[in-house]
Design a protein around this ligand. Structure first.
Ligand SMILES: [Mn+2]
Length: 436
């Protein structure tokens, strides 16, 4: 017998991968995990017949020749299947998009690659072999790709994900169904928790970061809490969110955390509590602690541990040109031309920034035939500027609100540097995070 399975707690990418394994390797039977991730249950219930799954216990006493494992290369995550495989020495093939260097499945033949979703890895093979899919199979696969790539916007997305997605659309995948299967808030319990969290959460400015925190007592654990936390991230848009739940029944504390900044490395932050995950998404489980006392301690811990946020001074250019108010428009235009600049801040005798002069302002003077007029007569004022210790969030707001390309950075009114739109966009681009 030949079998294929994914990781325990099967998710949508796992199901997407398995439906394609069935097409690529028709003589393999699929085996389901005892646990299906809450987010994947809806799709699973609708399409169970397309998978025709065996249960792990069905493997008892069977002689297994070949195994295909998808979406994981970690032995611990497939243990529930192997505990039912006895008296067999199967050949194992792994198809996984996670870093294969960490693989601890002995003797496995590994196939991977840089794919946002594991479904894309198998989809590419199916595409290249000219395999035809039913529209239902295409919908299942496309849901897997959309789920693991954050609807194609995660940083792990690569060309192949998009190409395979295009092929799946050709095969009749329904985007309407994909969308409905991606809905993460499905249960009433989740919705109740969402509403409770919105009432108790609070925002704190810690080391210049906008941090959202919440503490909630729950009678018992609710499946799909991480989806609730992510929904709140979308609504509130903080730099990071730490949701702390105290489960009364098991006297357990859960921390679910999400971050948008590299500087707030959650894997590192939650390590001390025995938790982990990724840089931008992590969780921890803590036992034998009282909820409220832990919450206070955790807030202190963040105050002490978070690295300071990036400020305007960290990304501005310090060599900023400026000119005096009394300079003539003619001299100003020559100055800008020579320095190859489109505009500079203007300063008074006390070196206080009083305006901004651009080639466009000078053009107005030229049209009026007053090139001898002082810069102060044609400069833009009051000047739009920012303080050197403004956070990136404050800088972003200024660029959104005002149509300017260059922002003078001042300290007590004196020019410290210039921050351009490109400096800011460059900073945003560097805010990369781990995917998957
Ligand atoms: Mn995956």
């Amino acid at each position: 017998m030949n079998i294929a399975f994914g990781h325990t707690n099967m998710d949508l990418d796992c199901l997407g991968s398995l439906i394609l394994v069935k097409k690529l390797f028709p003589d393999y039977r699929l085996v389901r995990s005892r646990i299906i991730h809450p987010i994947a249950q809806n799709l699973y219930h609708f399409y169970a017949q397309y998978f025709d799954f065996l249960n792990p216990k069905d493997l008892d006493g069977e002689k297994i020749e070949n195994i295909i494992i998808v979406d994981t290369c970690t032995a611990e995550r497939v243990e529930e299947y192997f505990s039912h495989i006895r008296n067999s020495e199967p050949a194992i093939r792994v198809f996984d998009h996670h870093p294969l260097a960490n693989c601890d499945i002995l003797g496995a033949c590994l196939e991977g690659g840089n794919f946002g979703a594991n479904t894309s890895l198998l989809g590419k093979m199916a595409m290249e072999r000219g395999i035809q899919l039913q529209s239902e199979e295409a919908t299942i696969a496309l849901t897997g790709i959309y789920a693991d790539t954050g609807r194609m916007i995660h940083e792990n997305v690569c060309r192949d994900d998009l190409e395979v997605a295009a092929w799946l659309l050709d095969m009749g995948a329904s985007l309407k169904l994909v969308k409905s299967f991606l809905e993460t808030i499905i249960e009433t319990d989740q919705l109740v928790a969402l509403n409770q969290l919105l009432l108790v959460m609070n925002t704190q400015l810690i080391q210049g970061h906008q941090i959202l925190l919440s503490y909630l007592d729950l009678p018992e654990n609710i499946p799909g809490l991480a989806a609730v936390v992510e929904k709140i991230m979308d609504i509130e848009n903080p730099d990071a969110y730490f949701a702390i739940f105290f489960i009364q029944k098991s006297k357990t504390i859960f921390i679910i955390a999400r971050s948008k900044k590299e500087k707030i490395d959650l894997h590192e932050l939650l390590h001390i509590y025995g938790g982990g995950g990724h840089q931008l998404a992590a969780s921890a489980k803590i036992t034998n602690r009282e909820g409220p006392a832990f919450y206070d301690e955790f807030c202190d811990y963040l105050e002490q541990t978070l690295k300071p946020a990036t400020r305007a001074r960290d990304i501005m250019s310090e060599t900023a040109f400026s000119m005096g108010e009394k300079m003539s428009l003619l001299d100003a235009s020559l100055f800008l031309e020579k320095a190859d600049l489109s505009g500079v801040p203007v300063v008074d005798e006390k070196e206080q920034v009083t305006g901004f002069i651009s080639l466009r302002d000078i053009m107005k003077g030229r049209k009026a035939g007053v090139m001898k007029a002082p810069v102060s007569a044609y400069m833009s004022k009051p000047v739009i500027s920012a303080e050197a210790d403004f956070t990136m969030r404050e800088i972003e707001r200024i660029f959104y609100k005002h149509h300017i390309g260059k922002l003078p950075i001042v300290e007590a009114g004196r020019l410290q540097g210039i921050l351009t739109r490109w400096d800011f966009l460059g900073y945003k681009k560097r805010q990369s995070g781990a995917g998957k």
